[in-house]
Design a protein around this ligand. Structure first.
Ligand SMILES: Cc1ncc(COP(=O)(O)O)c(C=O)c1O
Length: 303
């Protein structure tokens, strides 16, 4: 799965601390904490028909992450929402849009890791792009192909995934393994050997009609994941959250992954083993329908 350049994004205006700047000129300081140490938190959001899906949940997760990293100043949700609105308006966007929202600890007065070097306040970046769900093509060619990475996800006592931080080296290493194996993405295990998630999405399996997903001990508190669990509860679809091993994925009837960037995407094979009947399964298909109906009905009007 390699995303292609969308020519509609050629002249994007990017919002950096309130200034709307052409993408070729937009930038941050070499002294910014994101450059110096990946010291930033981020959210991926999606805009459907002028509404941001689960905006409050995303802003809450951003705030929680920034608090956990002890950022000294965190812009209010109202202020961030206004910058998102300005960015969408400036780009004439209201549908089919993905937003990467980044909050860094800000500019340091000299290079170094110490957060006490940050006296300038945080940097807020709103990058909105035209972007269809990134796994859309895979459905017609046998579902996503996953391999298992040798890179493990951190447990909470190493780097707690409840901080949604912008230091993605671990995910990038796993993605390189997937690329080298000709796969779309990589399954990542936790330090105990249970499945955590993929390098970019949460994982679900369906076995005997029950939808199952790992606990969030070694993966972020996913907003799409939570939405799928809510939909299961609302529509009386049996579901469970528990530790799941790789073998349980190999022998599942259906496997799918979730995330804001790619919504729900079915998995056709894991480590060369075909999953279930090797086609989009009935439970995944139903959840995809319910999810599409949910995003069409809900969200915070913004554009
Ligand atoms: C590592 C990781 N896993 C999964 C997800 C999917 O989470 P969500 O559904 O909140 O987009 C993300 C999204 O940012 C992520 O960074």
């Amino acid at each position: 799965m390699l995303q292609k350049f969308d020519p509609r994004n050629r002249d994007l205006l990017v919002n950096v601390n309130g200034a709307l700047v052409h993408r070729d000129q937009a930038g941050i300081s070499p002294f910014d904490s994101a450059v110096q140490g990946g010291d930033a938190v981020w959210e991926g959001l999606r805009v459907y028909d002028g509404r941001v899906f689960k905006l409050d949940e995303h802003l809450q997760r951003l705030h929680n992450s920034a608090r956990a990293l002890a950022f000294q100043q965190i812009p209010s949700s109202e202020a961030i929402t206004e910058e998102i609105r300005r960015t969408l308006r400036a780009n004439g966007m209201r549908d089919g849009v993905h937003i990467r929202l980044t909050l860094t600890r800000g500019v340091k007065y000299t290079s170094g890791m110490d957060p006490r070097l940050n006296t300038a306040g945080p940097t807020l970046i709103v990058l909105a792009e035209w972007k269809a769900p990134v796994y859309e093509e895979h459905a017609s060619r046998g579902g996503l192909k996953l391999i298992t990475s040798s890179v493990r996800r951190f447990p909470p006592d190493c780097l707690d995934p409840k901080i949604h931080h912008a230091n993605l080296a671990q995910s990038i290493l796993a993605k390189i393994e997937a690329n080298n194996a000709g796969a779309d993405d990589a399954v990542m295990l936790d330090a105990r050997g249970f499945v955590a998630e993929t390098n970019a999405t949460h994982l679900f399996l369906v076995k005997d009609g029950v939808v199952e997903t790992p606990r969030t001990v070694a993966c972020p508190e996913g907003i799409t994941r939570a939405t799928v669990l809510e939909l299961c509860a609302q529509h009386a679809i049996p579901h469970q959250v528990r530790d799941l091993s790789l073998m349980e994925f190999y022998r599942a009837d259906e496997v799918f992954c979730t995330g804001t960037m790619g919504e729900l995407a079915w998995v056709g094979q894991v480590d060369g083993r075909p999953i279930g009947a090797g086609a989009l399964g009935p439970v995944t298909s139903r959840l995809l329908e319910l999810f599409r109906a949910c995003v069409a009905r809900n969200g915070t009007a913004i554009a």
